[in-house]
Design a protein around this ligand. Structure first.
Ligand SMILES: Nc1ncnc2c1ncn2[C@@H]1O[C@H](COP(=O)(O)OP(=O)(O)O)[C@@H](O)[C@H]1O
Ligand SMILES: O=C(O)[C@H](O)[C@@H](O)[C@H](O)[C@H](O)COP(=O)(O)O
Length: 236
């Protein structure tokens, strides 16, 4: 994937950079994608979710080993939505760095984050009802990069599903995972910079992932359904 010169670490990349998929143009002209029609039709619809008039970015977030990929694949499959694996969008330089145990800097992350936002919007514009995206999004300013998605595509709602567990649980899970560039030695650096979402971040659903995979998946799905129902109430 081609990447432009990274944005500097002291500003948020609110505008698309040269590498963005839209050539710097907003992805919509401010028109809702649905013309006000419902995107789904009750719980038995093909999306397996409550009726919604919005498109969604469901960002599954948290440090390495918290279960982002595991939970995201389940949610995407259950809700019949495309899955964007954030790890696949890192430039080689980032992967090489992480594989050597060197934490990424803010500057290393900006283009990655904007690309994830762009790819999410592109999939929605191509017809997806929503997307399920994995990204550690450890700091609030990283989450804010995704939060500006509605600026480019007005009816998109961004939700974060924040998976958390004690550091020792994360270290054990990353240590047991095979074939991933991220070593267990990286978990501590991630926990050091982690800014857990505060109460003011009202678009965040929090799930304790100390429980079994099945329990965590069920809780995340139930909380997503509740969030969609809350939207319906707010819209009415
Ligand atoms: N709730 C859970 N209980 C036990 N093991 C889990 C749980 N969730 C994920 N795992 C395992 O932990 C490891 C890390 O999960 P993964 O989904 O790759 O996390 P992330 O994408 O956040 O780094 C994987 O080997 C996965 O099978
Ligand atoms: O599965 C994992 O182990 C993580 O998702 C991991 O790959 C990593 O956290 C980011 O992709 C790197 O970015 P950050 O340093 O911003 O977390």
């Amino acid at each position: 994937m081609a990447h432009s010169t990274p944005a500097t670490s002291d500003h948020l990349p609110l505008s698309p950079s040269a590498s963005n998929l839209t050539n710097g143009k907003p992805l919509t002209n401010g028109k809702p994608l649905t013309n006000g029609k419902s995107l789904t039709n009750g719980n038995s619809n093909k999306y397996n979710q409550p009726e919604s008039t919005h498109h969604h970015i469901w960002l599954i977030t948290g440090p390495a080993g918290c279960g982002k990929s595991t939970v995201a694949q389940f949610i995407a499959k259950t809700m019949n939505l495309p899955y964007i694996e954030g790890d696949e969008y890192h430039p080689t330089a980032n992967i090489d760095k992480m594989a050597k145990g060197i934490p990424l800097s803010d500057a290393d992350r900006w283009d990655w984050l904007t690309n994830l936002r762009e790819e999410s919007i592109r999939k929605i514009q191509a017809g997806a009802q929503g997307v399920v995206l994995t990204c550690s999004a450890l700091k609030r300013k990283y989450r804010d990069v995704i939060r500006v998605a509605p600026y480019y595509s007005h009816d998109v709602l961004v939700h974060f599903v924040y998976l958390h567990a004690p550091e020792e649980v994360l270290i054990a899970r990353v240590g047991a995972r095979k074939g991933h560039y991220m070593g267990a030695n990286m978990v501590h650096s991630q926990c050091l910079i982690l800014e857990p979402p505060g109460k003011e971040e009202t678009d965040v659903i929090t799930v304790d992932v100390s429980a079994s995979v099945e329990e965590v998946e069920a809780e995340a799905l139930a909380k997503i359904h509740e969030a969609i129902k809350r939207e319906l109430i707010n819209d009415s």
